[in-house]
Design a protein around this ligand. Structure first.
Ligand SMILES: O=C(O)CCC(=O)C(=O)O
Ligand SMILES: [Fe+2]
Length: 335
């Protein structure tokens, strides 16, 4: 597949106001829920303002993100990601993970649930970055509660009974990833075919994505396969206000949600490339982001759920493998 960017596309990812859902007004809640479903069904992505995270929480998250990656390599390697990929934990240096054959100019720090004894987290020593672990653990739990709220909106928008999706995600086995894309000469990208992050879809239910204002995130069009357009694109260039954290939360559907809903909600392919307007002789600004990959409980199946299958077609749709088996099969080959 050849991929092209359509940076000036008029496709606009809908921007929803979460305060409509958190209000007591049934009509506003209903409208938010329907719009949320429609956007994930049409684009696989949505952006949300007035979301439940406070400015302070997000600013702190970005501050930890910057402080962690500013540590020396030696310090970061004290939290090194284990050799095998499953599941992601700890620090990965530039080039360690490849989603395709392209070099990816990014370093990452992955964290799972603090109560996971089978796959424990890998923290840098407290003496290197005091307070990092406790803040990140707290933020992880906040993301879990926002994930459950958003599943509530999907249940409503999809006319499902309350808890129909969320009860499959209560023993949190999600992952939180800090991304740092270092600064580099733009010519390296055009000559070497490197990317910040190559084309991929996320594996879980929903991804809560926090971006800074550098830009470069693009999503593949559902109508024109192979054509990518910027997330938060308006009638032309992205403005700082389109992206600026902490105001805007980007949410996208992952493969498990696509499977459960038998393709009604789309796990769209996305990537991070050069921001718009960058020329070959520019030095590209560094970029920070954080992604909470919300996932179903490991023992839950990720086959198509009955309400999304035609009557008498219960055997059709996606196979009922467990979320754990699915996650492992998707991770293999990326490391
Ligand atoms: O950095 C971004 O904006 C996107 C990152 C992403 O897609 C991922 O980590 O899966
Ligand atoms: Fe992603």
């Amino acid at each position: 597949m050849t991929y092209t960017s359509d940076q000036f596309s008029k496709i606009t990812i809908p921007r929803l106001d979460f305060s409509n859902f958190s209000s007591e007004e049934a009509d506003s809640q209903e409208a938010f829920s329907k719009d949320f479903v429609n956007s994930l069904s049409r684009f696989g992505f949505v952006t949300v303002i007035n979301h439940p995270f406070s400015d302070d929480e997000i600013e702190q998250l970005f501050s930890w993100n910057q402080r962690f990656f500013a540590l020396s390599n030696e310090e970061k390697m004290k939290a090194a990601h284990p050799k095998q990929a499953n599941p992601h934990r700890g620090y990965s240096y530039v080039g360690q993970e490849r989603l395709t054959s392209a070099l990816e100019i990014k370093e990452t720090f992955d964290q799972g649930p603090s109560q996971d004894d089978i796959y424990p987290n890998r923290w840098p020593p407290e003496s290197s970055i005091s307070g990092f672990r406790s803040s990140m653990e707290e933020f992880f739990d906040r993301c879990h509660s926002v994930h459950i709220m958003l599943l509530g909106a999907l249940e409503r928008g999809l006319d499902l009974p309350p808890g129909f999706l969320s009860h499959r995600c209560l023993n949190n086995s999600s992952e939180l990833r800090l991304n740092h894309y270092p600064s580099f000469p733009a010519s390296e990208i055009s000559q070497a075919g490197a990317k910040r992050i190559a084309e991929h879809s996320d594996f879980g239910t929903l991804t809560l994505l926090f971006q800074d204002d550098v830009g470069g995130l693009e999503v593949e069009s559902q109508d024109r396969p192979g054509v990518f357009f910027p997330v938060a694109a308006g009638e032309g260039r992205i403005t700082k206000e389109d992206l600026y954290v902490p105001k805007v939360l980007t949410v996208n559907a992952g493969d498990c949600l696509q499977r459960w809903t038998n393709d009604k909600l789309k796990s769209a392919v996305h990537r991070v490339v050069l921001p718009q307007g960058v020329r070959d002789d520019d030095i590209v600004r560094e970029r920070y982001s954080a992604a909470y990959f919300a996932k179903p409980d490991r023992e839950q199946h990720v086959g198509s759920l009955t309400p999304f299958l035609e009557k008498g077609e219960e055997e059709s749709g996606y196979e009922r493998i467990t979320a754990w088996e699915f996650n492992q099969s998707r991770l293999g080959g990326t490391y």
